[in-house]
Design a protein around this ligand. Structure first.
Ligand SMILES: *Cc1c(COP(=O)(O)O)cnc(C)c1O
Length: 341
C-alpha cells in the first residue's frame, strides 16, 4: 500500500516550496573559515532569539547535544539526565564515547525531572565519587509523549545547578513545540540555561541541522569540538538558509500540529482497544494497545490503509504530527481509526 500519511516521526518532512526557494537563493561561502553568510546569519538570528551571545550550526541535534556535553564536562564526570532522555537512550552511548562521562539517570514522570530529584543526585565532593558537572533536561520530552516542563520547575533546577556549580544544558530538539504550546518565549529559556540545542529537522521541517546557543567562550570551544567530530561543513549555507526560513515562517504553525494530534488522540481514546495514553500536550501521541491488538498488529492494520505509525514497545505506539500531515490526511486517519475493529 502506498503511504498516505506518515506519523512515524516529525523528521518525515520535505522542504516546502518557500524553503526550497530560500535555499536556492542562499549566499554561501566556506563556513569552516567562518565565511558563509547564510550560516553566520542563521547563527546570529538564533543567538538573538534566545538572548545568547553566540550560536553554532551543527549537522544534527545529536551532534549539538554531544558537543555541549563534551564542552561542559571533563572525562570521568557524571551527567544527570532522565532515564528516558534522548542524550542517554538514543545517542549511541555518545556521553561515554565522546565526553568520557557516565550518566546518572533519574526516573521522572513522563521524562521530566524535579529540582528535588536533581539535588539529591549530586555527588558529594569525595574521591570515591564521580564529579557531577552537568544537568541535561529535555523539553519537550520526546519519550514522555512530548511532555512540557513547568517553567517554574526549570528555574528551581537552574537554582540547584547554580548553587552547586553545575552546567545546565537543554536538549530543545522540540523546544519550539513547547514554546508554542505553553505561550512561552525563547528569551526566558535563554536566560535559564547555559546552553540550548534546538533541532531544525523536526517540527521546523528542514532537511537537516541543529543550532547550539551559549556564551561566546562556550561556542568558541564548541566550534573546535564540532571540527574534531567532523562536523565542520563548507557551503553549509544552502542548508542554513532552510533554517532561517523555518525559524521565520514555520514556528507559529506548530499549533496546527498540536491540534491535529489532539483530534487523533480523541478518536483513539474513543476506541475500546486503546489503553493508557500520555497527555497530548504537543505533537506526540504515545499510547498502549489492549488485546486483541498488539502494537505490531495495530500498526499493520493502519499500514494497510497507507497510515504509518511507530511501534516503540510490544504494546506501545507513537504517532507524531508534523508539517507534511495535511487536513485530508488527518481526516483519512480519523476515519481509519473510527472504523477499525
Ligand atoms: C531527534 C532528537 C534529537 C536529535 O536528533 P538528530 O536526528 O540527531 O537531529 C535530540 N533530542 C531529541 C529529544 C530528539 O527527539
Amino acid at each position: 500500500m502506498k503511504t498516505i500519511a506518515d506519523f512515524r516521526s516529525d523528521t518525515f518532512t520535505k522542504p516546502t516550496p518557500g524553503m526550497l526557494d530560500a535555499m536556492m537563493l542562499a549566499e554561501v561561502g566556506d563556513d569552516v573559515f567562518g565565511e558563509d553568510p547564510a550560516v553566520n546569519e542563521l547563527e546570529a538570528i538564533v543567538a538573538g532569539l534566545f538572548g545568547k551571545a553566540a550560536a553554532l550550526y551543527c549537522p544534527s541535534g545529536t551532534m549539538s547535544n554531544q558537543i555541549a556535553i563534551k564542552v561542559h564536562t571533563l572525562p570521568g564526570d557524571e551527567v544527570i539526565c532522565s532515564d528516558l532522555a534522548h542524550v542517554f537512550v538514543y545517542e549511541g552511548g555518545g556521553i561515554a564515547f565522546n565526553a568520557g562521562c557516565q550518566a546518572r539517570t533519574l526516573h521522572g514522570e513522563r521524562g521530566l525531572l524535579t529540582a528535588k530529584q536533581v539535588e539529591a543526585a549530586i555527588n558529594p565532593d569525595d574521591v570515591h565519587r564521580a564529579r557531577t558537572s552537568l544537568v541535561c533536561l529535555e523539553n519537550t520530552a520526546n519519550r514522555g509523549g512530548g511532555a512540557c516542563y513547568d517553567f517554574q520547575e526549570i528555574l528551581r533546577i537552574r537554582d540547584v545547578c547554580k548553587a552547586h556549580g553545575l552546567g545546565f544544558h537543554l536538549d530543545g530538539a522540540r523546544l519550539f513545540n513547547a514554546l508554542v504550546a505553553k505561550g512561552e518565549t525563547p528569551t526566558q529559556y535563554g536566560a535559564a540555561f547555559d546552553t540550548i540545542s534546538i533541532c531544525l529537522n523536526k517540527g521546523l521541517g528542514c532537511p537537516m541541522g541543529s543550532v547550539l546557543v551559549g556564551s561566546e567562550a562556550f561556542i568558541k570551544e564548541a566550534r573546535r569540538v564540532r571540527k574534531k567530530l567532523g562536523g565542520g561543513l563548507r557551503q553549509a549555507g544552502f542548508m542554513a538558509a532552510a533554517g532561517i526560513y523555518a525559524v521565520e515562517h514555520q514556528v507559529a504553525r506548530l499549533d496546527e500540529d498540536h491540534c491535529n494530534a489532539r483530534d487523533i488522540a480523541d478518536a483513539l481514546l474513543s476506541r475500546p482497544f486503546v489503553g493508557q495514553m500520555w497527555p497530548v500536550e504537543t505533537n506526540i501521541i504515545i499510547f498502549e494497545l489492549l488485546a486483541p491488538y498488539t502494537a505490531a498488529s495495530f500498526a499493520e492494520k493502519l499500514a494497510a490503509q497507507g497510515i504509518r505509525v511507530g511501534v516503540i514497545s510490544p504494546t506501545q505506539i507513537r504517532m507524531v504530527t508534523h508539517l507534511d500531515i495535511t487536513p485530508d490526511m488527518v481526516q483519512h486517519t480519523l476515519d481509519a481509526i473510527l472504523h477499525l475493529h
